[in-house]
Write a protein that binds this ligand. Sequence first.
Ligand code: C2E
Ligand code: MG
Ligand code: MG
Ligand code: MG
Length: 299
Amino acid sequence: RAKDAGGSRYELADPDSDARAIDRHSLTTRLPAALEWDEFFLEYQPLIRMSDGHVEGAEALVRWKHPVHGRLGPDRFIPLAEHTGLIVPLGRWVMEQAVRQACAWHEERGKGGGNGKKKNGKNGDALAERPLRVNVNLSPRQLHHPDLVPDTIAVLEAAGMPPSSLCLEVTESALIGADEDELKPLRQLAELGVEIALDDFGTGYSNLANLRRLPATTLKLDRSFTQGLQQHPADPVDVTFVEGIVTLAHALGLAVTVEGVETEHQAAQLRDMGCDTAQGWYYARPGPASTFVQGFAVT
Ligand code: C2E
Ligand code: MG
Ligand code: MG
Ligand code: MG
């Protein structure tokens, strides 16, 4: 066996990658049971209107409470679920939970919880108040699934929520090269009033001229640009880029959301640059729906 030593050494050279492969395999095979046994849960991160600091809504972010490995973030398992197709039922579950949660926040507010201030108009009917919006991430596989439109409509109807209280986030890379047929489901949803955000904007190789053609209502600028602003002085290329994108987006009738705002300094700069909505640790980390209500939505 001494002759094999070289080969064995070679195999052992990267034990981590082996462990990761096994890990991926065991995580993948466990996914369906995890969905069945309710091991997934959602956290919510507030979306803040920059002009006045009001909470407009929240992004739902899925996590997995794994019985052995503990809490796993979406980067660990969403790509696996996307690969096997489990993302379709998982994504449907996420949307259902998130829309139900938005509905619960809405009712909570309607009760006049918190400071009891009535800021609604007309007949003093609190339910007339615009519901908090909930943002849900869609993976490419969901985007191309024939049930996307009927499922989304069914979820909204079951909760009695107006379509505009749901925002679907799709990455620009998922839409690159999409032809008119492939855009049709999103376009249909947008026509119903569902908001569509282009997530991680600026990281793909997007054709800016293509933007006009997409049924998006919001651009979500990727965190990497926000990070560039944190340096002193701010990276001039990032400054120019953000300002340019904001101008272009507004000209096309799109709102701009910025992700990954971690400091007051970044927040102030991004507000001055005309960004509409912000999300990031400076305002709040993702957390359970209950803290969201106590800390933001009701007051
Ligand atoms: P994303 O949609 O771009 O979500 C934003 C990510 O940035 C989240 O990571 C959030 O926790 C993180 N984040 C927010 N503010 C800050 C900040 O100030 N600083 C830093 N460093 N990070 C911040 P998370 O929760 O790990 O999610 C990662 C990605 O997983 C998401 O990126 C999204 O692409 C995907 N994902 C999450 N939930 C779902 C889901 O239900 N379905 C699908 N298809 N994808 C999901
Ligand atoms: Mg997102
Ligand atoms: Mg994003
Ligand atoms: Mg991202």
